[in-house]
Ligand binder design. Structure first.
Ligand code: OOG
Ligand code: MG
Length: 249
């Protein structure tokens, strides 16, 4: 690992740990996508060094709504650890400027040996949410910045798992304090969230990462993300998939 990758990973990791944003890396010096993914891996290695364990992967910018919101037009991915998985509460004091978005989640049931194998390896599907927290000032970044910043991953949660089923066109609703703030369809996620799952398997294979039993794959938000103020109660409902709730503390 180059000294630059180490240094950038340290800056991003410290920004997250102290909940203090930093300037965009790409403003200071050009950053290419490959180096950005090295930084992302180095950030995760630091977290693993503190005892966190890999819990899955997340896809980003798999819908037009997200690409338009953030001004980025490439699918990316990030890595999830067990420390990011929350049950009913998320602690926003530890975050900079959190946002929440609806997700479709896949549960991996057995080791994924190839991209062609990933559909059959799915043990469950669920509706989920993701709490994003860009480590960059004003939540503004270029593509390599957000890749290095682990695709803004901060926290996530999933509802009850259902048996694998067709997800091509599910209605998704996100409420905050009982008011609908976003509605969308799973079709917004690359036409079908399973395409996102396959993309995750492909990216994992390219990165030399094997999707493991018990890991979760977040397919990406079907809608734009919304700010998550302290005290907010969020509910995401997926038609036929039930719901998941979280309160921001
Ligand atoms: C990057 C994360 C994108 C998604 O579901 O598309 C993402 C961001 O919007 O800050 O998680
Ligand atoms: Mg997301």
């Amino acid at each position: 690992m180059s000294a630059r990758v180490t240094e950038l990973a340290e800056r991003l990791d410290e920004a997250a740990r102290n909940a203090r944003p930093i300037g965009r890396l790409s403003d200071a010096a050009p950053l290419d996508v490959a180096t950005a993914y090295e930084v992302q891996r180095a950030v995760i290695e630091r977290r693993r060094g503190r005892g966190e364990r890999m819990a899955g992967v997340k896809m980003g910018f798999t819908s037009r709504a997200k690409m338009l919101q953030m001004g980025v037009d490439d699918v990316i991915w990030g890595l999830l650890t067990d420390a990011m998985l929350v049950e009913s509460e998320v602690d926003t004091d530890r975050l900079i400027h959190p946002r929440v978005e609806p997700e479709i989640a896949f549960l991996i049931g057995r080791e994924v040996r190839s991209v062609a194998d990933v559909d059959a390896a799915v043990a469950g599907v669920a509706v989920g949410f993701e709490v994003l927290d860009s480590r960059y000032e004003n939540f503004k970044f270029a593509l390599p910045d957000v890749i290095a910043d682990n695709a803004s991953a901060a926290a996530f949660g999933v509802g009850a798992w259902s048996a694998p089923r067709d997800l091509a066109n599910l209605g998704l609703v996100m409420e905050i304090d009982g008011r609908v703030v976003q509605t969308g369809s799973s079709a917004a996620i690359l036409g079908d969230p399973r395409r996102s799952l396959r993309a995750a398997a492909r990216l994992a294979a390219e990165a030399g990462i094997t999707l493991q039993p018990g890991w979760i794959v977040l397919a990406g938000a079907a809608t734009a993300a919304v700010p998550l103020p302290k005290g907010a109660h969020v509910r995401v409902i997926g038609s036929g998939l039930g719901s998941v709730e979280v309160t921001a503390r």
